[in-house]
Ligand binder design. Structure first.
Ligand SMILES: *Cc1c(COP(=O)(O)O)cnc(C)c1O
Length: 429
């Protein structure tokens, strides 16, 4: 499969090169040249397939012949070695829990898949060495660190803002060792992001083969479509039109869901639920895309003012705004509404959500208000323990510590403190 740059000024590349480059030389996002619908027999028989078999059918056209079938199946079975339960919350509403992986956030799926693809390509070219450079405001760093741990010929460097990530998130980044280094930046997330961007443009660092591991990378974006298929497999028997609400920040997750729909997956409607960072909800009402600086909220993994994957969604609709509006709504919610939502879900349904899932629930309820005969899913994108401060105070309870988290709590934190871009460059060279 060939990938084109959405800025249209760079040549097409293979899947391998799209993964290794991350972003095209013209700064555009890579996008598949062609998208082919899956045969109806696949959807007719989906109940008989395992998660790995479903994932293989969904992804194979995007990898093409660059990874042989058996190796790709092996990569998928290692990527998907945990559950994706669908929990019934109330009549016709389900929570799709994406947090049962090693770092308890949905980003595990993309990070594990990307790491294994890169490992496969490196083993083919033993001279090839890459450095993954990533800035994190929380969940990305942990998922990338865990996904890439021990992968040959890949060094991982994670920048995080000192004192601005939770204790659990910091431990997930700083305690693994081996090929993972955490740089603790004296600054905020935007400073980390700035330094990473600068490093990608720095000629002096070209020999380091810097690669990004955020959702602009096709190997992180594409596998996120898998669990939309898994959810459909579970709910197909209800035979009702399906609405999926996705708590959205950079819009990578929801964009993968929309891609699944393009492959023929019968999801009738998507809801992009956001916090006060409402660039997309505003676009849906005004038709004008005006990004804003991000605002800090309780659902901080969605504090994004200029969602990087929105352009891929527009490409999926070829800018046909009517078709787009038919399939897609977007609503934003305040922190107060998020807190009430957490309380309501707990009080009425005895379910512990976290702020991102609570925003997803609100968006789903809003859409379902006019669509009584539908079934709704909201994605729970992280385990409540990752946002224990807010969840425990709001719900007045103490969360048990899951085993994945327990295992990092007693490990020793190791980080390298940096203050400036020069420090980063010195570290890398
Ligand atoms: C990253 C993240 C999101 C946002 O996902 P996008 O793909 O960037 O829209 C939502 N919730 C949690 C918990 C996250 O870590």
């Amino acid at each position: 499969m060939q990938y084109k740059s959405l800025n249209k000024l760079a040549p097409n590349v293979s899947f391998e090169n799209a993964v290794i480059l991350g972003l095209a030389p013209d700064k555009g996002l890579y996008f598949p040249e062609e998208i082919n619908e899956l045969p109806s027999s696949f959807f007719n028989n989906i109940e008989t397939l395992t998660n790995v078999e479903i994932a293989f059918e969904a992804i194979k056209q995007f990898v093409g012949n660059e990874i042989p079938e058996n190796d790709l199946k092996q990569i998928l079975s290692e990527t998907l070695n945990f559950d994706f339960p669908l929990t019934k919350i109330e009549e016709n509403i389900f929570s799709l829990e994406l947090y049962h992986g090693p770092t308890m956030a949905f980003k595990d799926v993309g990070a594990r898949f990307m790491a294994r693809c890169l490992a496969y390509f490196n083993q083919k070219n033993p001279e090839q060495k890459n450095t993954i450079l990533v800035a994190t405001s929380g969940d990305t760093g942990g998922a990338v660190a865990s996904g890439f741990l021990g992968v040959n010929n890949v060094e991982v460097v994670i920048l995080y803002p000192s004192g601005k990530v939770s204790d659990i998130q910091e431990r997930q980044l700083t305690t693994l060792g081996q090929n993972i280094t955490a740089l603790e930046v004296d600054g905020v997330f935007d400073d980390c992001q700035e330094m990473v961007k600068k490093a990608f443009l720095d000629e002096d660092l070209a020999h380091k083969n810097l690669t990004s591991a955020n959702s602009i990378n096709v190997a992180r974006w594409l596998p996120q479509m898998f669990y939309f298929f898994f959810a459909y497999k579970e709910l197909k028997k209800h035979n009702k039109p399906l609405i999926v609400s996705v708590p959205s920040g950079n819009f990578g997750n929801i964009c993968a869901g929309i891609l699944a729909k393009k492959l023929g997956l019968p999801i009738q409607h998507f809801v992009a639920s956001t916090n006060e960072n409402d660039t997309v909800p505003r676009f849906m009402t005004t038709g004008i895309y005006t990004p804003k600086a991000s605002k800090a909220t309780l659902s901080n993994a969605m504090d994004v003012g200029n969602p990087s994957n929105f352009i891929r969604i527009q490409e999926l609709y070829q800018n046909d705004i009517e078709a787009f509006k038919n399939d897609f709504s977007s609503y934003h919610f305040s922190d107060e509404e998020t807190v009430s939502s957490l309380k309501e879900i707990h009080k009425h349904y005895n379910y512990v959500a976290e702020p991102h899932g609570a925003v997803g629930y609100l968006g789903l309820k809003k859409e379902l208000a006019n669509k009584p005969n539908h079934i709704g899913i909201f994605l729970e994108t992280a385990h409540p323990i990752k946002f224990s401060d807010i969840v425990e105070t709001t719900l007045e309870l103490k969360l048990p510590i899951p085993k994945q988290i327990e295992s990092v709590l007693n490990k020793e934190k190791k980080s390298v403190k940096i203050k400036s871009y020069e420090d980063l460059k010195n570290f890398l060279t």
